[in-house]
Design a protein around this ligand. Structure first.
Ligand code: GBH
Length: 454
């Protein structure tokens, strides 16, 4: 038996737009994902989050599923357009009430609520006013953060400001594969800075209203970047992607600086004058932990890549190589070494920052067999390998406090719609029937024994 430390947090994670549905209920207005998913050609099969897993109406049932799993923590996100439909001004009572009920029911079930304030559903009105490339959006976010903290502060244990600002900035405004679907490299860089600023301003707003024991955090999808070969050219490609994928957030948030090489690499695009005096003090407001979402590594070499890119300025310098190994239904390689590499790097670079894996998991082509059971041995193997890597990192002195499995439920997988299933609980979207998969039973056993078998 490979035990995890006592007090280790075992959780599952979800996000509002991916599971809630009820897109027009109780005063909720469209977010950029409502608009984007309604735009033909943006999301596979024309799928939208209008109904999703109908979690808005099935929240108690879903908390019951988690109680059966025995999770200690649940990571959910708050839909900004449910709480503050125009992105400014007073809150909508009914929107906040939904999350208040959720937090109370979680507490009653003995589960710690972990709330993410932004998992990509910007109110459409704020995008119409310029979105994340516009500085004002950071101020709007801080106001919203203060409202939610005022309403839920006594119940939520951990607050995450942003989920994966890399995706929000570079997939949303760079490659355009995520909402709002813009393809403007300068807008993407501006968005990245204003997301850092939004994070810092939100940390200030949260600290001003929260009880002292609340934990404040942010979640990054850090890239485990590897150079294809040890040549100087390939190592330089890896440095560039490390700057654009990792240090663009890590440096402002944890070191109060911009990465100098990133500023130099992108000098043809922008002079970065949108970063104002004092901003980097705000972005580096102290946090209590760092959340890491990890799925697979990124292998790069010197070369070029085509098309609207999430890597501003690197198009003519870097090519992406498929990593070897087995693949998930997303075609992402299964490679837990990348997670180990990230964790040990962060131990060395940020020795005082506790780490939490806020997402890890895999999509496979799951189906219910004639007996109504869902057998997902590949997902169990994926999870076992990644938890093994976490266990090894713990043994090597990495301060990992918890692990949140993505995801509790099959859900709306962004540009892939409902075609990809990440849940450990199967959802039949026609009937909304929930069926725990074999992986759910496996995870419940891991939690119950406090570690991995064997
Ligand atoms: C997370 O995104 C999300 O937080 C979650 O909502 C989502 O459902 C889940 O993961 C599964 O996708 O380097 O350009 O080739 C993870 C998104 C996946 C983004 C890998 C970067 C590689 C893009 N990340 N992806 S690229």
């Amino acid at each position: 038996m490979r035990s995890f430390p006592s007090g280790f947090r075992w959780g599952t994670a979800t996000a509002a737009y991916q599971i809630e549905g009820a897109a027009a209920e109780d005063g909720r207005t469209p977010s950029i994902w409502d608009t984007f998913s309604r735009t033909p050609g943006k999301v596979r099969n024309g799928d939208t989050g209008d109904i999703a897993a109908d979690h808005y109406h099935r929240m108690s049932e879903d908390i019951g599923l988690m109680k059966d799993l025995g999770v200690t923590d649940y990571r959910f996100s708050v839909a900004w357009p449910r709480v503050q439909p125009t992105g400014r001004g007073p809150a909508v009572r009914k929107g906040l009430d939904f999350y208040r009920r959720m937090v109370d029911e979680l507490r009653a079930a003995g589960i710690r609520p972990v709330a993410t304030l932004y998992h990509w559903d910007l109110p459409q009105e704020l995008e119409d006013a310029g979105g994340w490339p516009q500085r004002e959006t950071a101020e709007r976010f801080a106001e919203y953060a203060g409202i939610v903290a005022g309403a839920l502060g006594d119940g939520v244990a951990t607050w995450t400001t942003l989920n994966e600002p890399w995706c929000a900035a570079f997939l949303g405004y760079g490659s355009g594969v995520h909402a709002p679907g813009r393809t403007d490299p300068v807008a993407a860089l501006r968005a990245a800075h204003h997301l850092n600023l939004a994070h810092g301003r939100a940390v200030q707003a949260l600290r001003a209203v929260l009880p002292a024991e609340s934990e404040v955090s942010l979640t990054l999808n850090l890239h485990a970047v590897r150079a294809l070969t040890d040549t100087e050219a390939d190592r330089d490609a890896a440095r560039r992607i490390d700057a654009l994928g990792n240090r663009v957030f890590l440096d402002p948030v944890f070191h109060g600086r911009l990465p100098g090489d990133l500023v130099a690499d992108t000098a043809d695009l922008t002079d970065w004058s949108f970063v104002r005096d004092g901003d980097l003090e705000v972005t580096s407001a102290p946090v209590d932990s760092l959340g890491i979402n990890y799925y697979s590594p990124t292998v790069v070499a010197a070369g070029t890549h085509e098309g609207p890119s999430p890597w501003p300025g690197a198009e003519s310098r870097v090519r992406f190589e498929p990593a070897p190994g087995p693949r998930t239904a997303m075609d992402w390689p299964v490679d837990e070494e990348g997670l180990y590499e990230l964790l040990t790097r962060l131990r060395d670079e940020l020795p005082d920052v506790p780490l939490v894996i806020t997402e890890n998991g895999a999509a496979y082509e799951d189906y219910a067999d004639p007996e109504g059971e869902v057998h997902d041995p590949e997902r169990v193997a994926y999870l076992d390998r990644h938890l093994t890597a976490v266990h090894r990192a713990l043994g090597d002195g990495v301060d990992v406090r918890g692990y949140f499995l993505w995801s509790l439920l099959d859900n709306f997988e962004w540009a892939y719609g409902y075609s990809k299933r990440f849940g450990i609980v199967h959802v039949d979207f026609a009937s909304q029937r929930r069926t725990p998969k074999d992986s759910a039973r496996w995870y419940a056993e891991v939690i119950a024994r406090g570690g991995l078998a064997g």
